[in-house]
Design a protein around this ligand. Structure first.
Ligand code: NAD
Ligand code: GLY
Length: 347
């Protein structure tokens, strides 16, 4: 088992990574929490797979909320359902909430934990690759509004994150591949060794090491910039154009990982246009294709440009891009809208 810890404004977050951790969850929780009861939130796909295995370990009253799976349910009404279930179960501020699931479950549950009784202790048990390498760590929680994604939320660090790579065995291949886009992102922004690790044909055998390297990067970035005012923006490599593409796809025709993959290639082309010393596009495209991710923007460039300018990452007349000039090193680069326009048309 591997262990990392993150010290944030509100205290310490321990992150454990190891095969079999799901079956040790209650024992691991007992090392850091002393609740009188626990409440587990999971979704309708994960519940039949893992809920009983988790709930049965606790020698305490356990209550549960099973939310319908899918991004469409990442909304305030789902949080309200959780609040009602917490009250019905008699949960107090001294008790413990566990999030068992992917990024959707983690974000919703984290927000419920941050706000119920002004804050209840939280343990994240992420079950998708994306949640294991990204969303369960760093304390961003929240829900979507009809106007856009993640518009309501709070920074709220889980006291404990338990990452068990064994649960990835039940993930559909497409969902696993989606998470790999974030893994590629970490390789390009901070540690090129990750790119070597995932270029091997049998990389899934060493996925625990890959997850560890990714989480280490996220931990290091969040430790410096917990509230996303500077360095944390490097985690958005591929997300600026990726998000614009997801928007044009109405968040249905492209998955998040596909958007990020396409967005990384586009950002790399921008790096070239702005004078990168080496052309990193062929290597990135080759890796993404090998992993089964798309690389080309399927949308009109003018439409991409308009979507970019309405994105929340735009500040005034500039868009912040994360550019990579050598594998493992990223730069936050504000680009003025009128400089950007011709570059986007050439993508
Ligand atoms: P998700 O939670 O919807 O999970 C994808 C699908 O996989 C769901 O149908 C789920 O039920 C299923 N699933 C989960 N674990 C499984 C398992 N072990 N076996 C079989 N099926 C399983 O989506 P996601 O990709 O994990 O997360 C996406 C969400 O994460 C988005 O809402 C995004 O905004 C958010 N996110 C948050 C952060 C953050 O820092 N908080 C970072 C990145 C993404
Ligand atoms: N996933 C981006 C962040 O946590 O900041």
């Amino acid at each position: 088992m591997k262990q990392l810890s993150l010290t944030g404004a509100a205290g310490q977050s321990d992150i454990l990574i190891g095969r079999g951790l799901l079956d040790e969850a209650a024992a691991r929780c007992a090392e850091v929490f002393s609740p009188s009861r626990v409440h587990i939130v999971t979704d309708s796909t994960v519940a039949p797979l893992y809920l009983d295995r988790l709930a049965a370990q606790f020698d305490l009253p356990v209550s549960t909320t099973v939310i319908p799976a899918g991004e469409a349910h990442k909304r305030l009404s789902t949080v309200e359902t959780i609040y009602h279930d917490l009250l019905a179960a008699g949960m107090t501020r001294k008790d413990l909430i566990l999030a068992l699931g992917g990024g959707v479950t983690g974000d919703i549950t984290g927000f419920a934990a941050a706000t119920f009784l002004r804050g209840v202790a939280l343990c994240q048990i992420p079950t998708t690759l994306l949640a294991q390498v990204d969303s369960s760590v760093g304390g961003k929680t929240g829900v979507d509004l009809p106007e856009g994604k993640n518009l309501v939320g709070a920074f709220y660090q889980p006291r404990l994150v338990l990452i068990d790579p064994c649960v990835l065995d039940t993930l559909p291949d497409a969902t696993f591949t989606d998470g790999m886009a974030e893994v590629v992102k970490y390789g390009y922004i901070a540690n090129a060794d990750i790119l070597d690790m995932i270029s091997r044909p049998d990389y899934r055998d060493t996925i625990e090491d890959v997850i560890y390297e990714c989480v280490k990067i996220k931990r290091d970035v969040v430790a410096v910039d917990e509230h996303d005012t500077g360095l944390r923006m490097i985690l958005n490599f591929g997300h600026t154009i990726g998000h614009a593409a997801e928007k044009l796809a109405h968040f249905t025709e492209l998955t998040h990982g596909q958007g990020v993959a396409i967005g990384m290639v586009a950002a790399m082309r921008l790096s070239n246009a702005l004078g990168a010393p080496t052309d990193l596009v062929p290597g990135l495209v080759g890796l993404l294709q090998k992993l089964g991710l798309p690389t080309e923007l399927p949308y009109d460039r003018e439409a991409i440009f308009s979507a970019l300018l309405s994105d929340k990452k735009k500040f005034g007349g500039t868009v912040n891009f994360i550019l990579v000039r050598e594998p493992g090193k990223a730069e936050i680069t504000p680009i003025a809208a009128d400089t950007l326009h011709p570059l986007i048309l050439k993508l």
